[in-house]
Design a protein around this ligand. Sequence first.
Ligand code: NAX
Length: 329
Amino acid sequence: MKKPVKVVVTGAAGQIGYSLLFRIGAGDMLGADQPIDLVMLERNAESSMKAAKGVKMELDDCAFPLLNSVYSTPDLTEAFRDANIALLVGARPRTKDMNRSDLLNANAQIFIQQGRAINEVADRNVKVLVVGNPANTNAYIARKCAPDINPKNFTAMMRLDHNRSLTQLAQKTDCRVTDIEKFCVWGNHGNTMFPDVTNTLICGKQADTLFDQQWYLDYFVPTVATRGSAIIEARGHSSAASAANAAIDHIRDWCLGSGDKWQTMAVPSNGEYGIPEGLCFGMPVTCNNGDYEVVKSLELTEFQKEFIKKNVEALETERKVVDEIIANS
Ligand code: NAX
């Protein structure tokens, strides 16, 4: 029997949490032989803790063999102590009275505190995935507030954008998602994201020979970038099960490997491809031996550089705002 891995999920009583926790308990994230100590971190509010209690009751009722223990807490230190994996899902949603800067500020407070707690008490090799929006900038904040942890370990989720793209491409070309290689989404999990088919092969053929540029620019890119709103429009709620699935994919590949298959992870830039150091940026990665590596030595076209630049600008604008908030906190 393997030693249990401690997994913390924040926002555990929310929509995504409700899909995510049961998949984790079933072994979809870390494999069918990996026991888990699961911690549900929720806001210190009566309604949230009560809802988390209800979710825990349901997890208990699943009698998942891999769940070694489950508990919920609003206490950051207790939750993150010796944590091996942290999925930071809980965030402050945007309400009508908030502008973008209010949203950044409200979330900055959450991720500053969580970053600091992780720095204090988490396992030194903790792997962090930020899902709560604005995910890239929240991951940047948490990393900046955890200077004693390897910066590489703070990532943000762009796997949902990646997965959404795969299905759009597969449906357009009448292939399967598994027939698609070397695809990635660069940049920010926001409207500027760049789903890039420059190097993509579908059934061994160069992707851009299988559809025209007009479909790519006028349908594919906006469909992927605005998919979240389209789901809210159709379902009346934001993406939850697909977001949970993407989080599972992200962590599973990071921990268990993806071989030489490209995946998209938003990771702190080391200056690759002209992306300013430190920005948490969607890039193509491969995962092996419990680690990820950014795909190197790609020759970027002017077209790619232009799209990447838009994302750099979007994230640099947010970085300026949050650097000031962090400095004053
Ligand atoms: P919900 O509003 O259903 O749930 C959020 C939960 O987080 C609530 O239970 C709330 O009490 C809790 N929470 C808030 N502040 C907290 C704190 N400081 N500590 C612990 N818990 C806290 O949202 P849900 O639909 O689950 O979405 C969660 C986040 O994921 C949102 O920020 C959302 O925008 C983001 N998403 C990110 C995606 C991505 O691809 N990166 C896609 C899906 C989703 O939109």
